[in-house]
Design a protein around this ligand. Structure first.
Ligand code: HEC
Ligand code: HEC
Ligand code: HEC
Ligand code: HEC
Ligand code: HEC
Length: 484
């Protein structure tokens, strides 16, 4: 293209586009659009600068404004500009008032030249702002604050997540797959949930298990090597009795976690289930499992059936390959039982075992039904103080601050596990990892899942663990190990 042609092209562009655009753009809608865009753009950029140099944003509602609402206004304003142009053009056309010649653009006119520069610069800045805003908006929507905090429906899961080993793993790392397709699916699903929340149509509690969670090999195994050999794991649990002295006992268990050892043998709890095991659950919570099938090393399969199951083959129901989540179903959201939570707090000393009757009384207060977390926050400390005032006024006089600390800790336990607004209470979300509070391992290992040859999925205590002490006051094994 010659220089002459270039100039002609520029001239043409000016004649046919720039001049009409400037002429039609001079209307209230386009001008308002420009103003909205400028105002929201300046606010956003200002906020990003503050965020860059100042405090991080920890208020989820601020996030909604700055990462979602303002970008929407910004783009809305931009859209108003051509809409205004279009309407003005239509109007003038109908009235037959479109000029044959649009007002001249004279590049020798300094005012006009600067005007054009401003439009050019504004366009580039706008593009940058839109790019940045979409990036920030998308990143924000992936943050735990957006998923868990700004949406009150998720409060139970968020509260449990915050105190889990995974509190620094983003929700999306587990809940959303990689790639554009799953990102899109997640956003569609999220929009559906947003509508459900807006119109108050969401289920309480949120349904569990999560049906569309990806298989664990894509989630958990991104961070955890499945065959890592863990060997034996020591578990020490404290129990406090419901007597005046809150008598403490301890249980010491060595779990045979195993894994894949250096000779590639799959052993122990992890190793055995890493082989291929499938099961059918006949209830929505995956608690009733009448049929299990194991693939043996030689390629044959062994079917284990519960005695309640009649007929041949697998029953109707949800069929799954057993993976991490079938045991670690509460990996990021462990809701404890009231007993476990209080025992743990008392072992820590957060609820002092020195207070007479605190185990019995604390458990009762935790298990009382309150209308809301706010009510629990007010009533639990009040009732605890009232209890000591009535039965042990000397304790209240001597240890008022210990009683207060115990009351506060009970409130914390309650607010991490019970959410009346979402109908989440003690036991709503069973944990499959053991067998004491919920069926867990015993969904299959109940001694009633038999193969054709009469062998059953073991319920032998020693296959899973050595019980070194069960509810002993001062287990000798702990002092031998130098624990305590
Ligand atoms: C380490 C992985 C992981 C992380 C991180 C994680 N989740 Fe989950 N989430 C799970 C698993 C596993 C389940 C239960 C799946 C099942 O039982 O089918 C679950 C279940 C849920 C449920 C369904 C209701 C329930 O309690 O079972 C919700 C809602 C939820 N998660 C929200 C969140 C939010 C919000 C975040 C971030 C604040 C988050 N999750 C972070 C793994 C994770
Ligand atoms: C993004 C990485 C990441 C992903 C994904 C992840 N984890 Fe973890 N997980 C961790 C880290 C890091 C720790 C150690 C945290 C600590 O010890 O404080 C951990 C700890 C654990 C623990 C032991 C701590 C405990 O809770 O007692 C278990 C069990 C566990 N993860 C299971 C899972 C399961 C099951 C999944 C899949 C649903 C999963 N993890 C997904 C990073 C991850
Ligand atoms: C058959 C049930 C079962 C399956 C399946 C299972 N686990 Fe575990 N896992 C356990 C038990 C039981 C423990 C010990 C529980 C405890 O610490 O209280 C454990 C402990 C762990 C720990 C903590 C280990 C440590 O060093 O403290 C991690 C991490 C873990 N599992 C990850 C996984 C991952 C990842 C998968 C999937 C590849 C998986 N588990 C599959 C039962 C299972
Ligand atoms: C969905 C059913 C299912 C669940 C749930 C399950 N298992 Fe298993 N488990 C099996 C099957 C099947 C076998 C293989 C049985 C066989 O070969 O005789 C097995 C074998 C084992 C073995 C090896 C037993 C032996 O004789 O050497 C251990 C240990 C074990 N499981 C521990 C656990 C623990 C701990 C849990 C809970 C955290 C658990 N299992 C949950 C199905 C299950
Ligand atoms: C299929 C494996 C399996 C079998 C069989 C099994 N257990 Fe367990 N048991 C577990 C696991 C896993 C835990 C650890 C749970 C946890 O991490 O909190 C456990 C924990 C325990 C605890 C301590 C739990 C607590 O909260 O205080 C006791 C006590 C116990 N088992 C007793 C038994 C007895 C008795 C038998 C034999 C009748 C038995 N178990 C059979 C897997 C098994």
């Amino acid at each position: 293209m010659s220089a002459g042609e270039n100039v002609a092209l520029l001239q043409k562009f000016r004649e046919h586009w720039v001049r009409p655009a400037l002429f039609f753009g001079n209307n209230p809608i386009s001008l308002a659009g420009g103003a909205i865009t400028t105002a929201s753009g300046v606010t956003m950029v200002g906020y990003w600068l503050v965020e860059l140099f100042g405090r991080p944003n920890d208020n989820p509602y601020l996030g909604i404004i700055f990462f979602l609402l303002l970008p929407a206004l910004f783009i809305g304003g931009l859209a108003l500009i051509p809409i205004g142009v279009f309407i003005r053009r239509k109007k003038l056309q109908l009235a037959g008032q479109i000029p044959v010649e649009f007002p001249k653009i004279d590049l020798n006119d300094r005012m006009f030249r600067h005007g054009l520069d401003i439009v050019l610069v504004a366009t580039i800045v706008n593009l940058l702002v839109v790019a940045m805003a979409s990036y920030r908006g998308a990143a924000y929507m992936d943050s735990p604050e957006f998923c868990g905090q700004s949406c009150h429906v998720m409060h139970p899961e968020f509260a449990a997540y915050k105190i889990s080993a995974h509190s620094h793993v983003d929700c999306v790392a587990c809940h959303i797959g990689t790639g554009a397709a799953s990102y899109f699916a997640a956003k569609v699903n999220g929009t559906k949930q947003l509508l459900e929340v807006t119109f108050d149509r969401y289920p309480t509690p949120i349904e569990s298990p999560v049906k569309n969670l990806r298989p664990a090999r894509y989630i958990c195994e991104g961070c955890h090597t499945p065959a890592r050999f863990v060997g034996e794991k020591l578990l020490v649990k404290s129990n406090f009795a419901d007597d005046e002295k809150n008598t403490q006992t301890q249980t010491v268990v060595v779990l045979h976690l195993g894994g894949q050892d250096s000779l590639s043998h799959l052993t122990g709890i992890h190793g055995v289930h890493l082989g291929h095991i499938e099961y059918v659950a006949t209830d929505p919570t995956r608690t009733t499992i009448p049929w299990v099938q194991k693939q043996n090393a030689d390629g044959t399969v062994t079917e284990f059936k519960s005695s309640t199951l009649k007929g041949d083959g697998a029953p109707a129901g949800e069929r799954r390959v057993l993976d991490c989540i079938d045991c670690h179903n509460r990996a990021a959201h462990t809701f404890m039982t009231a007993e476990d939570a209080l025992n743990r707090a008392m072992a820590d000393g957060a609820v002092s075992p020195e207070l007479p009757w605190i185990h019995k009384e604390g458990l009762e207060l935790l298990k009382t039904a309150y209308a809301s977390q706010d009510e629990a926050r007010a009533k639990i400390p009040e009732q605890l103080t009232a209890f000591y005032r009535g039965s042990n006024p000397e304790v209240l006089a001597a240890k008022a601050s210990v009683v207060k600390a115990a009351g506060d800790e009970l409130v914390t336990i309650y607010s991490q596990n019970v959410f009346p607004a979402m109908k989440v209470t003690w036991g709503t979300h069973p944990n499959h990892i053991g067998h004491m509070s919920y069926p867990g391992c015993f969904r299959c290992h109940d001694g009633d899942h038999n193969a054709k040859d009469g062998k059953s999925i073991t319920q032998d205590c020693a296959a899973c663990h050595n019980l070194l002490a069960v509810d002993e006051p001062k287990p000798k094994v702990l002092s031998d190990l130098g624990i305590q």
